[in-house]
Design a protein around this ligand. Structure first.
Ligand code: ES4
Ligand code: ZN
Length: 324
């Protein structure tokens, strides 16, 4: 089964590029850019990656991102992820980045997006890997700051397919960004949002009803509402589920308790993704391995999950048909 998973061509739809920053590159960039980081060795870093919930992770994730300064740094970060795509047989990736994590530290929007974009252009040239970029608003920041970010993005609109919503979920409901998302839609952006990762089903309902999103990131809490489950099934609204992330952030106590098989058996459009692989102990294949080792997933389930990753993508209908 592992060999079967490895050789399957896959798409990844929920990957924060800042979450693919491996400790080795973090040290290298910290040294080059004279940025202090609170670790001396790679082992110390790995020990620090011991999370109790989403916020305990985010604190460390934002601290790590401070080593990224130049366009070349964002290129190196993205290129390292592309090499992992090659290893994991990911042939299409829709990549999140958090502009505000960088613009708030005085790094230009252009520096960030051009470094990421150049690596993705090279990925297509070198390996034939296709990709899209989605920019996420940080939900712990204000509506006003999200609007400023939306306006800044317009100069790079041809390189950004859509907008998302991430960071601290509890206390920052989708409603806070209703106007921003409606404006983003007017600009022609596709819409996704993290919802129902830690927070309850009301956040998923709001994301659908007020933000009009096309895809739900995480969404695992949907299981607590029969009405919502029916709607997700009927409309085949995709959920980008991230198993390793859910375990590392204690959304579920163990892989055996993860509800992905239940969501899939109900008939939802479920995909498997790695979220922040450098922080959550593994890339896409490792997420699948952890699932098959702990849940009664059959070969046909794996095929469904991988097919869903293409169906749920923002690829053209023509390209989807080619891959399916
Ligand atoms: C994130 Cl796992 C997760 N949840 C919410 N926001 C995030 N940003 C990066 N990883
Ligand atoms: Zn995420």
């Amino acid at each position: 089964m592992k060999e079967f998973i490895k050789q399957l061509p896959k798409a990844e739809l929920h990957l924060h590029i800042e979450g693919s920053l491996e400790p080795e590159l973090m040290f290298k960039l910290a040294k080059k850019n004279s940025i202090e980081i609170p670790y001396k060795t790679v082992e110390e870093v790995k020990e620090a990656y011991n999370f109790t919930n989403l916020q305990s992770f985010l604190d460390i994730y934002y601290a790590g991102a401070k080593v990224l300064i130049t366009k070349e740094d964002f290129y190196a970060l993205t290129w390292d992820y592309i090499l992992k795509c090659k290893e994991n047989n990911i042939i299409h990736a829709e990549i999140f980045f958090d502009p505000q994590t960088h613009t708030q530290r005085g790094i230009a929007f252009k520096t960030v997006i051009s470094g990421i974009k150049e690596a993705l252009v090279d990925a297509k040239k070198e390996f034939g890997i296709s990709s899209e970029i989605i920019m996420c608003f940080l939900r712990h920041l204000s509506e006003k700051e999200a609007f400023e970010t939306l306006e800044q993005s317009l100069d790079f609109k041809e390189d950004i397919i859509g907008v998302g919503l991430d960071s601290s979920e509890l206390g920052n409901p989708p409603k806070k960004f209703e106007k921003v998302f409606n404006k983003a839609k007017e600009y022609g952006y596709k819409l996704v949002a993290h919802a129902g990762e830690e927070a309850d089903v009301s956040y998923i309902n709001e994301a659908l009803n007020l933000l009009h999103i096309e895809r739900i990131d995480h969404g695992v809490q949907a299981i607590h509402s029969e009405t919502l489950m029916q709607r997700l099934k009927e409309k085949q609204i995709p959920l980008t589920v991230c198993p390793n992330s859910n375990i590392e952030l204690k959304v579920f106590d163990s892989y055996k308790e993860h509800n992905i098989k239940k969501l899939l058996d109900y008939g939802l459009n479920i995909t498997v993704n790695s979220d922040d692989p450098a922080y959550f102990k593994g890339y896409l294949n490792q997420n699948f391995f952890n699932l098959i080792e702990n849940l009664p997933l059959e070969k046909k389930d794996i095929i469904t999950l991988v097919k869903n990753s293409f169906k749920a993508s923002f690829l053209s209908e023509e390209l989807k048909n080619e891959y399916l």
